[in-house]
Ligand binder design. Structure first.
Ligand SMILES: Cc1ncc(COP(=O)(O)O)c(C=O)c1O
Length: 409
């Protein structure tokens, strides 16, 4: 093998030049992964962003990364339980885990000569696309559903993106993105491997940082699940660390998903593995449910095959959660640890509490929760529950309220 990173097809094995634009394998339609030169090791101590791990990221030498300082997020011990650690991915530049992926994706797009980026997302990936395209000096357009909340769309517009509300379902929008990107030679920033194999390489750096911060591999990792790409990426990072001899085990991976969209839970019960089997399970579900866990509302996990394999290989599992459990977990994190995440992200704690209560996570085992997104970006899904605190008082009433509050416990 040459002394540089090489994309290859997982199904037919064909390798490609790193600057050839790839989605699925152009020969057989298989998924694209990356091979790094043998003996490549990690640089733990220089710098803070994901780019300190550049030797294990696909961007070839000679190209500047498009970076906003993503990565290097803190890992703190929780006061909710012993041996529970919180990986604060909500601290990334646009408030979510997707910034790691987007930095790699947009850096590759720029290196390959793309002038514009396109995505269909009113969530984390849409926001991250707008920010990183702005940083790269690229044009950016984001397709959103007709009823997208203004608070999600406004920052995209401020980042300079053209926001286009599109009629129809999210699946229509994703199909449109694929066709349009191929027709107009625009880079698709959807964070799913079948349409963008580059971005997930950014996500795996979470595993490197957990090792750096914890100095060992934890027993469990809890990840909120939509496409499954974040879970699969972190798992692959640990596999690489294992092959390098830097960890002696792979943590058990737990996908934390919505009760109404529990595709992984059902797949693990029925033995489903393939894209077709997952589509079959998802076809029975209604994605248009009302939920606080908006970022997890995906019936068909596009990176599901890879993520399920990671769960099975690591002897992990999937947990499905109600909105009440998400909200309880969100409040607990805020009150006990001073950390405010969005409901989708709180799924990691809700999943952990469930497995701890049934004794699957045992005392003394170390668990890491991936806190994927900031609560400050999702106030509109949370605040109705808190609206009563907005009533106004005069100063006498305020003094009595304070006295009562301070006297109690
Ligand atoms: C805040 C948040 N958490 C979790 C996820 C799930 O990530 P994945 O789609 O990689 O499973 C997303 C996806 O957009 C997200 O925005």
């Amino acid at each position: 093998m040459e002394n540089k990173v090489q994309p290859y097809c997982q199904s037919c094995g064909k390798s490609f030049d790193i600057l050839t634009y790839l989605r699925r394998c152009p020969v057989c339609g298989g998924l694209i992964f990356f091979r790094y030169p043998p003996g490549t090791t990690l640089n733990f101590h220089e710098g803070r962003s994901i780019w300190k791990f550049r030797k294990l990221l696909p961007l070839p030498e000679g190209f500047e990364p498009v970076s906003l300082g993503e990565g290097g997020t803190s890992l703190v011990e929780s006061s909710i339980e012993e041996d529970l650690f919180l990986k604060n991915e909500w601290l990334n530049p646009t408030g979510s885990v997707k910034d790691r992926a987007m930095s790699v994706g947009i850096s590759m797009a720029k290196a390959m000569g793309f002038k514009a980026a396109l995505n269909a997302s009113m969530g984390s990936a849409g926001l991250a696309t707008a920010a990183y395209a702005a940083r790269a000096g690229m044009k950016c357009a984001i397709l959103v559903p007709e009823n997208a909340p203004f608070t999600r769309v406004a920052p995209m517009i401020l980042y300079g993106a053209m926001v286009i509300p599109l009629q129809g379902t999210i699946q229509n929008a994703l199909d449109f993105v694929e066709e349009t990107c191929l027709k107009l030679k625009v880079f698709e920033t959807t964070t799913h491997r079948p349409s963008n194999p580059y971005q997930n390489e950014g996500t795996k750096t979470i595993a490197y940082e957990i090792l750096e911060q914890l100095e060992l591999a934890p027993d469990w990792i809890f990840v909120p699940r939509a496409s499954g790409g974040t879970l699969a990426g972190i798992h692959r990072g640990f596999l690489e660390l294992f092959k390098m001899g830097l960890v002696d085990k792979i943590p058990k991976f737990v996908a934390c998903e919505l009760k109404a969209l529990n595709t992984f839970e059902l797949a693990l019960k029925t033995g489903a593995k393939t894209e077709a089997e997952l589509r079959e399970i998802a076809s029975e579900m209604d994605e248009s449910i009302e939920t606080m866990g908006v970022k997890l509302a995906h019936a068909y996990p596009v990176d599901g095959v890879e993520a399920l394999q990671a769960i099975r290989d690591s002897e992990g599992t999937a947990v499905s959660l109600s909105d009440e459990e998400l909200l309880e977990a969100l409040k607990l994190l805020a009150k006990k640890d001073g950390i405010f995440v969005e409901p989708s992200s709180a799924a990691a704690l809700a999943g952990f509490l469930r497995l701890r209560s049934v004794g699957l996570v045992k005392e003394g085992e170390k668990a890491v929760l991936i806190l994927t997104g900031s609560g400050f970006r999702e106030l509109q899904t949370i605040t109705p529950d808190l609206s009563s605190v907005l009533q106004a008082y005069d100063t006498h009433q305020a003094t009595s309220l304070l006295e009562e509050f301070l006297a109690n416990g």
